[in-house]
Design a protein around this ligand. Structure first.
Ligand code: PBG
Length: 324
């Protein structure tokens, strides 16, 4: 009589044994909620391509902050939508703009939230690019000045972590230098170190009413056919003083998350971006997949790949399901 010597199935026999041998956990502590903050008042505007996600004016923020806190979420990532845009994105430096005001509001209402802010000018420029533009060229070095001033402004308003997402070379060092010079030595930098030029950002551009008016972002975002470029960007950002490295998008880049987490000793974050969210919602709404199940499965897979923390539009829904 022959039977298999190894019997992996034995370890799956009971839920308790499955828990004993489980390798990867997902809890609300790992999740970061992105929030879109806009000007005006009384506004909670749905984003048609992102069911359940809204743009909030300042006075409407407390409701989502309360819901998220209740669910167990402790970290938020803020994106600002300014009332006016111009060539140089000057509203990004307005101390009364949506993001600095939101930071103050969150601090006073929910002092224990970890507040992160997106540092990038694409939402603030008429051309919709992440850098200053000369003709059709993106000007790397002149952009560093406005990015670091934006980071300082957010730190002064009370942000714990600034998150540059622009992919200009040298911005982490420029931001670190200006923060340190102004005694914000403890403000962390979460760098979108590895950001691919991706089709998965589509719904986000509707949400932010941004998106490039000419060309695309492939001169500064990364080619998805590459791996070495990712490792190099991660190394450079670490050398420039980043505290946390982010890989974005997440699900099509699990191998990159793994590679970055194995080659760097910094904490690794992943961004489950708008298109990833919308695909799961769309299939779920059609009854083609079980939305909650796929939500937890994808988030856990991102953890399994090596990310400590995950930025996700599912943060509140997932936290509710997971409990605290
Ligand atoms: C740039 C930025 C983008 C996202 C986060 N920060 C857009 C882009 O690079 O085109 C995308 C996030 C998402 O798709 O959810 N400020």
């Amino acid at each position: 009589m022959s039977h298999p010597v190894e019997r992996p199935r034995r370890l799956r026999n009971s839920p308790t044994i499955r828990n004993l041998v489980r390798e990867v956990d997902l809890s609300p502590d790992h999740l970061i909620l992105p929030l879109f903050v806009t000007w005006g008042s009384g506004r909670k505007e749905p984003i048609s391509s992102m069911p359940g996600v809204f743009r909030y004016s300042l006075d409407r923020l407390p409701e989502i902050l309360g819901e998220a806190w209740e669910a167990g979420i402790r970290s938020v990532l803020l994106f600002g939508i300014p009332q006016t845009k111009d060539e140089t994105g000057s509203e990004a430096l307005n101390p009364d703009g949506p993001v600095p005001m939101a930071i103050g509001k969150i601090r006073s209402l929910f002092p224990d939230y970890v507040i992160m802010t997106d540092i990038c000018i694409d939402e603030y420029t008429t051309h919709g690019h992440c850098g200053l533009v000369c003709g059709e060229r993106i000007e790397n070095d002149p952009t560093l000045d406005i990015l670091s001033k934006m980071a300082l402004l957010h730190a002064q308003a009370g942000a714990d972590i600034v998150a540059p997402s622009d992919m200009m070379d040298g911005r982490v060092m420029a931001i670190r230098t200006l923060l340190d010079r102004n005694a914000f030595t403890d403000t962390l930098i979460l760098s979108y170190a590895v950001k691919y030029a991706s089709g998965f950002y589509g719904p986000f551009r509707e949400a932010m009413m941004s998106g490039p008016q000419f060309g695309d972002r492939s001169s500064y975002q990364m080619d998805y056919r590459g791996i070495r470029d990712a490792l190099r960007e991660a190394r450079l950002d670490a050398e420039e003083g980043a505290d946390i490295l982010m890989v974005k998008p997440a699900l099509s880049y699990l191998d990159i998350i793994t590679r970055v987490s194995q080659t760097s000793d910094l904490p690794v974050a992943a961004y489950q971006v708008s298109g990833e969210y919308s695909m799961i919602c769309a299939a779920g709404q059609n009854g083609w997949i079980d939305q909650e199940r796929v939500m937890i499965e994808t988030l856990t897979a991102i953890r399994r790949a090596g990310a400590q923390m995950i930025v996700t539009y599912f943060a509140v829904a997932a936290a509710r399901l997971l409990g605290r």
